[in-house]
Design a binder for this molecule. Structure first.
Ligand SMILES: *Cc1c(COP(=O)(O)O)cnc(C)c1O
Length: 376
């Protein structure tokens, strides 16, 4: 049996008849840049995230970048974030000329450890970027308290967490900004690249909107040096249709996670050999963009190879802590600086969790892992 890590074809088949005529209409009109489709999606996304506003942009990476640009964060500034995230979180900080300052993760949630943040705040600190990794919210209350105390901007990297909640609040509605990605593998993916910034403050949202389009509030009159970070009408139309189905897809992922939990408990493998993703000890709605187990005893890479050999998709998010990446060598990160992040990079393994993955396929995943430990 083949079990891909992600297969979007069944999901697409479920709304193909609805989406293709809408895309054909946009092609007939030949109106691709911004416009009503983008504005409608922005309103729908803001309502979904329980935020005042949302602004469609070109990608999740650009959502982070444009928020930093609009806040004039740059050379001489420091931004606190986690070393255990996708590259773009830290790439955005470096691209505006600021310095990333890492804080280690909480090993249970894989998210930034709020208790370790304040020791890293200096007079140069301008912002904190917590990441809601794998679809589970970071512990936002203590992060917001530190930000308030030191007048810091908070940009939530919600790229993996659309619809996730922290104490009943949607991610992206808690900090000053939320950054969302519509890369196809995210819970809400478009037909290419796309992203959005959410804001609770109208003045901040207006500024993001200006920055997204070359810093112009009126055509060819430029208040700022922004960029071309525009979401296009085709992607916005796809996203509007898919957004209506997002909760049912995320709920299917939650059901799949619950089933894995039962299957793994019955397998006996949760005796320390593998550790399942755990819910935070604060109230959350986890949307399981990834289902990452930990594999102990240095067996992770061997298990990955074994699963691949048996046609089970799996992947390592992420294999190298960002403080050890060659491109950040000038930050002088050393092995041992962030032990929890480094440990996670050696243990995590993402298993298939997408909604259309069948019961039989999940059974095959667990059985194949059992067979690995039985030395078969
Ligand atoms: C996907 C992702 C991004 C970047 O999003 P793109 O749309 O691919 O640019 C940023 N941060 C995190 C945590 C992500 O998972």
């Amino acid at each position: 049996m083949q079990v891909p890590l992600l297969d979007l074809r069944a999901q697409y088949a479920s709304f193909k008849a609805e989406v293709l005529p809408v895309l054909a209409d946009i092609c007939d009109a030949q109106q691709f840049i911004l416009g009503a489709k983008v504005e409608n999606f922005e309103k729908e996304l803001a309502a979904y995230c329980k935020c005042e506003r949302s602004i469609g942009v070109t990608s999740g990476s650009d959502a982070l970048l444009v928020a930093l640009m609009a806040e004039k964060i740059g050379a001489g500034d420091e931004v606190i974030t986690t070393p255990f995230t996708f590259f773009a979180t830290v790439g955005a900080i470096v691209r505006v000329g600021a310095k990333p300052v890492f804080v280690d993760i909480d090993p249970v949630t894989f998210n930034i450890d709020p208790a370790a943040i304040e020791a890293k705040v200096t007079p140069r600190t301008k912002a904190i970027i917590p990441v809601h990794l794998f679809g589970q919210a970071a512990n936002m209350d203590p992060i917001m308290a530190i930000a308030k105390k030191h007048s810091l901007i908070v940009i939530e990297d919600a790229c993996q967490a659309i619809g996730a909640e922290y104490r009943g609040k949607r991610v992206g509605s808690i900090g000053d900004y939320g950054a969302f990605s519509f890369f196809p593998s995210k819970n809400l993916g478009c037909f290419g690249d796309g992203g959005a910034v959410t804001c609770t403050d109208n003045a901040k949202a207006d500024k993001i909107k200006i920055f997204r389009n070359h810093g112009q509030s009126k055509t060819y009159f430029h208040e700022y040096v922004g960029g071309n970070f525009r979401l296009d009408a085709l992607q916005a139309a796809v996203l509007s249709i898919k957004l209506r189905k997002l909760d049912s897809w995320s709920e299917a992922r939650q059901r799949n996670a619950a089933e894995y939990e039962q299957m793994f408990a019955a397998s006996g493998l949760t005796d320390g050999r593998i550790t399942l993703p755990a819910k935070a000890d604060y109230p959350v709605r986890h949307i399981y963009n990834q289902y990452c187990i930990r594999v102990a005893e240095g067996k992770r890479d061997a298990l990955r190879d074994y699963l691949h050999a048996h046609e089970v998709g799996c992947a390592i998010y992420y294999p190298l802590s960002l403080h050890l990446q060659p491109c950040f060598a000038d930050l002088n990160g050393k092995k041992g600086d962030f032990p929890e992040s480094e440990k996670a990079t050696s243990e995590v393994l993402a298993l298939p969790i997408y909604g259309e993955c069948t019961h039989e396929q999940r059974e095959f995943v667990v059985d194949t892992i059992k067979a690995f430990y039985q030395g078969k």
